[in-house]
Design a protein around this ligand. Structure first.
Ligand code: SF4
Length: 229
């Protein structure tokens, strides 16, 4: 372990570098879960056109209260796709996903497994901020799902890390608690992409005692990615 990795591990609350070990939790491959079917009208869009469509989208009521859309950011050919819930106030202001304290912790979580933020792609279930950071409503998530589906198709990642309960539930089309979704490698059947679920960094900032579980999730994702081609 080099000193930089040791530092990043410490910032996410982990004192020991155990990347070459198997995660403590048992890994199982869960049967395929449904995923939102991409809307055909977006199925052939390239990145620029898709981003323009999102920037001008008024498909749900969230367009009225947003400062700007938050399309996503990062490497468009990344092996790793990080998917969160929706923009918060700082993301809405800056037009970037995962900024502020939670974004900094996410960066350090990624660095702990040897990834720079620029190496991954980061997107959200919703491209516009829900007022007062409330949970996305089902119709909002449904309207926005085609954009994320097209991003997944364009990136064709080797692994998806779902960040937080809402992202995991919407992506996997389930109402199971995040505690049951963690520790398992899910699959997006239409895409045959493994999905690993972990806690949202904003939650980890409120509850640092859960960082050890997040580290187990990162190890599971790391090993799962390394099992791909
Ligand atoms: S949240 Fe998605 S569907 Fe709703 S207005 Fe924004 S981009 Fe369009």
């Amino acid at each position: 372990m080099d000193l930089r990795q040791q530092y990043y591990l410490q910032t996410i609350g982990i004192q020991r570098w155990v990347l070459r070990q198997q995660p403590e939790s048992e890994t199982e491959i869960e049967s395929p879960l449904p995923v939102t079917t991409p809307v055909s009208s977006y199925a052939s869009l390239d990145w620029d056109t898709l981003q323009q469509q999102v920037a001008g989208c008024t498909a749900c009521a969230l367009h009225a209260s947003r400062k700007q859309t938050v399309f996503g950011a990062g490497n468009k050919t990344a092996d790793w796709l990080i998917i969160g819930e929706a923009p918060g106030a700082e993301e809405d202001a800056q037009g970037e996903p995962f900024v502020g304290r939670a974004g900094k912790l996410l960066n350090n979580m990624l660095k702990a497994i040897g990834l720079e933020r620029e190496q991954v792609y980061i997107a959200n279930i919703l491209k516009c901020r829900p007022p007062n950071n409330r949970d996305p409503q089902p119709e909002e998530a449904r309207q926005c799902s085609a954009y994320l589906a097209r991003q997944i198709e364009l990136i064709a990642p080797k692994i998806i890390l779902a960040i937080g309960r809402i992202a995991a539930q919407k992506l996997l089309d389930t109402d199971q608690a995040i505690g049951r979704l963690r520790g398992v490698v899910h699959q997006l059947p239409e895409y045959n992409i493994p999905v690993v679920v972990t806690y949202h960094p904003a939650y980890l900032l409120r509850k640092p005692s859960e960082k050890r579980k997040a580290w187990q999730d990162l190890l599971l994702a790391y090993h799962t990615r390394n099992m791909q081609n």
